[in-house]
Design a binder for this molecule. Structure first.
Ligand SMILES: *[C@@H]1O[C@H](CO)[C@@H](O)[C@H](O)[C@H]1NC(C)=O
Ligand SMILES: *[C@@H]1O[C@H](CO)[C@@H](O)[C@H](O)[C@H]1NC(C)=O
Ligand SMILES: *[C@@H]1O[C@H](CO)[C@@H](O)[C@H](O)[C@H]1NC(C)=O
Ligand SMILES: *[C@@H]1O[C@H](CO)[C@@H](O)[C@H](O)[C@H]1NC(C)=O
Ligand SMILES: *[C@@H]1O[C@H](CO)[C@@H](O)[C@H](O)[C@H]1NC(C)=O
Ligand SMILES: *[C@@H]1O[C@H](CO)[C@@H](O)[C@H](O)[C@H]1NC(C)=O
Length: 299
């Protein structure tokens, strides 16, 4: 779930910027693929239809010539960043004298589509969190992964998993029922730099779950410098094949720093989008449809 940002890595050459690979994320892929295959042998699951608007129009923003391009955010005075794995919005600094301790949003879980025809498996995730952008030592985050597998016989299986993580420690799955088109509220709270609470609830089922986390080490305490609403092409060794997620709109976006509630819009928050690291073509388009809403579309 770690952000990988080439130009930022150059600025902070002394900061450990290694992407998580290793066993835990590889295991995530294996476990998730196994689950999809089980679903397939159980007859697969059908996607709900009609909720998706797969973007087909080109980007209205200037196409970056490389993934380090930094442009004005079209909804305000903040910045538009590009990366290979994060899309959405980031408040890059808390109000003076405060640190972020609460980040919240609600979103409808997308039903992923393969970006190309033929068999394969594609993934993605949406989460909210604190830190990991200008402050790279830690990320406290919770979100929902999705995956779609298309089999040689043309049938498909879909999988969805709620999870939480205090980077650089690995992710853990919640025991939590979630499916495509469910409306999920994600909540991250950090009462102190070393203790966090990750929670999610599902409007369809009425279910909710939470987990208290501790900083994995004294070098991964939270600094409360960044608040994030992100759709990610996560890593497992390298970036996993990225599903067409249509549109994810985070609503009720809340960022609190001490007693200050910070509005989330193009004045206060930067947008970030994914470009294909090889072709440099933008893959997502993020914007603020209104204050406290962040929309991320696959293009
Ligand atoms: C998605 O969920 C909403 C309620 O949250 C429901 O009105 C709609 O019919 C659902 N769409 C599909 C395709 O299941
Ligand atoms: C990448 O884009 C940045 C920002 O526009 C620019 O400063 C830099 O020279 C570009 N690098 C390459 C290798 O094109
Ligand atoms: C962002 O929200 C603040 C506080 O509500 C408001 O003053 C500002 O005008 C908003 N900016 C945009 C671009 O909507
Ligand atoms: C963090 O530092 C405190 C005080 O220096 C120490 O008591 C504690 O054991 C350390 N915790 C970890 C996880 O290293
Ligand atoms: C980038 O685009 C190339 C060519 O279309 C494609 O093969 C590759 O999978 C894409 N990379 C990612 C990370 O989506
Ligand atoms: C932000 O930009 C998007 C894309 O141009 C636009 O659709 C949306 O209305 C803008 N939001 C605001 C609050 O101006």
């Amino acid at each position: 779930m770690k952000f990988s940002f080439p130009f930022f890595a150059l600025w902070c050459a002394t900061t450990a910027m290694a992407r998580p690979g290793g066993s835990s994320l590889d295991q995530r892929m294996k476990q998730r693929t196994h689950n999809l295959q089980q679903m397939h042998s159980a007859g697969g699951s059908k996607p709900a239809s009609n909720i998706r608007t797969a973007g087909s129009s080109g980007p209205s923003i200037q196409v970056p010539t490389n993934e380090t391009a930094v442009l004005p955010n079209e909804n305000g005075s903040a910045t538009q960043y590009y990366t290979t794995n994060w899309a959405g919005a980031i408040i890059t600094a808390p109000p003076t004298g405060e640190t972020f301790n609460i980040v919240i949003a609600t979103f409808v879980v997308p039903i992923p589509k393969p970006p190309v025809s033929g068999p394969g498996t594609w993934w993605g995730t949406a989460w909210v969190g604190i830190d990991g952008f200008t402050y790279g030592n830690a990320i406290l985050q919770t979100g929902v992964d999705w995956g779609v597998e298309v089999f040689a016989d043309g049938s498909s299986a879909y999988g969805y998993w709620g999870w939480y993580e205090w980077y650089p420690a690995g992710w853990s799955d919640f025991t939590f029922e979630v499916a495509g088109n469910d409306t999920i509220e994600l909540v991250i709270e950090a009462p102190s730099a070393s203790v966090g609470l990750a929670s999610m609830s599902n409007q369809r089922t009425g279910g909710s779950v939470s987990s208290m986390l501790k900083a994995p080490s004294n070098s991964s305490l939270l600094a409360g410098q960044n608040a994030e609403w992100i759709v990610e092409d996560f890593s497992s060794g390298g970036l996993v094949p990225f599903a067409d997620f249509g549109t994810v709109t985070f609503t009720g976006c809340t960022a609190e720093a001490g007693r200050t509630v910070v509005a989330v819009n193009g004045t206060t928050a930067s947008t970030i989008d994914i470009v294909n690291g090889t072709t440099k073509v933008p893959v997502t388009k993020s914007s603020f449809p209104a204050t406290d809403q962040v929309r991320v579309s696959y293009i």
